[in-house]
Design a protein around this ligand. Structure first.
Ligand code: FAD
Length: 511
């Protein structure tokens, strides 16, 4: 705990994956960080045990592999899906992992402490006053009341019902329960039990979907995600019956429909949203505080951690320079804000696009639950703002539309490349300014756009494309192209970049 007059650079509220990722990264960059966590029980239970493979490289970046090695987990799981058709299929061959989330968060928190990050827990925030650059927080802890001052506040307090939330899809709620694994597997044939123990299962049903997996502690978790209104209409006040009824009417979970529950039934809202107030001067939201994803992707933890890394880049752009020139400061502010908001809306847009396509593929997609989720997003969550005209919502919709319009071009085989023909940048390509990360700070960089590219690119093989490629607006013999590029990036890299752009039609050969 810092002393009364011991100010820190950044206060982080919440010790979930978002807050901890930000804390560890900011500390690596040399900032003094103070974490506040309100939970009196620690490790505290938390939903979100299935981790997508992308978490691995974030853990590498945080140098946290060793700290997480002892976290109970099941690795190499595949998924049995009854989704695209009524015949189950195996997907994601062994790339999923299920962890004990409480232990995962606790191990990261312990690592933060070991690295010298100050953690105050349990802490209750009583009030926040001040302005960007000079915040004062009064907190109460079992040791008494404390004041902390900070230049920046990061709110990583998780999912909430904030008034400034834009619902990115129709309402969803989740309910889940745990069963004793032996009760789940005892009543079924040995081979099926064996399979079920090593697979995550997901099944689309008329009114929602079911997800089930063995947990590292040998329990089995089953979760139903459905529209809360339908649940209320069909079985008002009978959550347990609703879950059992859906299991009984499923293919993959019917054997467990009547198994006694080994935990109390829990439920929460699961509507995806975007918090429109995620950027305030000197005060940012991270993870579920900034956006929540549909649990169907099982990627909330990865996206929360990744967005924290991006937010740290924005913060480092703002705080990591000693230059106090007014215009420089203003430029840095604009760069940081634009980058933060662009990454936020891009995360939501990509997820919305993926989710809608995924819901559209369900075998039962003609039913209302699926129709409404496969279509254009509607803003219908309780307490959501009618935010369609908000710049962040407009940006998210524009990015979604671009993703819908994008048709990936087939890669041209290199065997058809004719080295005797001159090369030039395809006339449909154009240059625009884009926001890139260089040395952990945001920079404006020229980026190449082309209909065959999913997004504008500034770098390939760690090399800035421009001004290096400028001479290629005019046709050039291949030997000249390679010779010129080699001067700045070496032969192998020049060849790789030339081939990459040509295969996608961004460089064209002229007959
Ligand atoms: C039903 C459901 C299933 C899901 N399944 C998956 C899944 O399988 N895989 C996956 O990757 N994701 C899943 N998710 C998403 C995942 O749970 C979240 O994306 C993830 O937990 C977000 O992490 P976070 O750090 O932002 O927030 P959290 O993990 O919620 O952490 C927030 C922390 O902040 C603390 N806090 C809150 N307010 C304060 C305060 N005022 N002061 C101090 N501390 C505070 C809380 O105690 C908590 O410790 C699921 C979500 C739902 C709803």
């Amino acid at each position: 705990m810092p002393d009364m007059d011991n100010a820190v650079d950044i206060i982080i509220i919440g010790a979930g994956p978002a807050g901890l990722t930000a804390a560890l990264r900011l500390q690596q960059l040399g900032y003094r960080v103070q974490m506040l966590e309100r939970s009196a029980t620690w490790p505290r239970p938390q939903i979100g045990e299935a981790l997508t493979p992308g978490v691995k490289n974030i853990i590498d970046m945080l140098d946290a592999n060793e700290a997480l090695a002892a976290v109970p987990h099941l690795a190499g799981l595949s998924t049995r899906l009854r989704w695209r058709s009524t015949t189950p299929e195996i997907a994601g061959h062994g790339d999923a992992a299920v962890i004990n989330r409480a232990a995962f968060d606790a191990a990261l928190l312990q690592l933060a402490r070991q690295r010298g990050i100050s953690v105050c827990m349990p802490a209750r925030i009583e009030d926040i006053s001040g302005t960007a650059g000079d915040w004062q927080l009064h907190i109460s802890t079992p040791a008494g009341r404390q004041q902390i001052t900070a230049r920046f506040i990061l709110d990583a307090g998780g999912r909430s019902n904030g008034a400034q939330q834009y619902a990115c899809a129709p309402r969803l709620s989740a309910m889940w329960v745990e069963l004793e694994a032996d009760q789940v597997f005892n009543n079924i044939a040995h081979n099926i039990a064996n399979e079920m123990a090593n697979l995550t299962q997901v099944e689309a049903l008329e009114h929602g979907w079911l997800w089930g997996t063995r947990l590292p502690d040998l329990r089995y978790r089953v979760m139903l995600v459905s529209d809360p209104q339908t649940a209320h209409q069909k079985m008002p006040g009978q959550a347990e019956n609703w879950l059992r009824w859906n299991c009984a009417n499923s293919e993959l979970f019917k054997t467990i429909a009547q198994v006694p529950y080994a935990s109390r039934l829990q439920a929460c809202t699961a509507t995806p949203y975007l918090a429109l107030d995620s950027w305030q001067d000197g005060r940012l939201k991270l993870g579920d505080a900034a956006f929540a994803l549909d649990p169907i992707s099982s990627s909330g933890v990865e996206k929360a951690m990744r967005f924290s890394l991006q937010a740290v880049v924005a913060i480092h752009t703002l705080l990591g320079s000693t230059d106090s020139n007014r215009y420089e400061c203003h430029d840095r502010y604009e760069l940081a804000r634009h980058f933060f908001e662009q990454r936020l809306t891009e995360t939501c847009a990509r997820h919305q696009y993926w989710t809608q396509s995924y819901y559209a593929q369900a075998w039962c997609s003609e039913h209302p639950f699926w129709q409404s989720r496969a279509g254009i997003a509607t803003n219908c969550a309780d307490g959501a703002v009618a935010g369609d005209d908000h710049p962040l919502v407009r940006a998210m919709h524009e990015q979604s539309a671009q993703l819908r319009d994008y048709q990936p071009a087939e890669l041209k085989p290199l065997s058809t490349f004719n080295p005797c023909q001159p090369l030039r940048i395809h006339p449909a390509a154009s240059l625009a300014e884009s926001y890139c990360v260089v040395d952990d700070r945001v920079q404006k960089q020229l980026a190449l756009s082309h209909p065959n590219l999913e997004r504008p690119i500034s770098f390939l093989e760690n090399q800035a494309l421009f001004p290096n490629l400028n001479f290629l607006w005019q046709p050039q013999p291949l030997a000249h192209v390679l010779l010129k590029l080699e001067q700045s990036m070496g032969r192998q890299t020049s060849q790789k970049i030339t081939a990459w752009l040509w295969q996608r039609g961004v460089l064209e050969s002229l007959a």
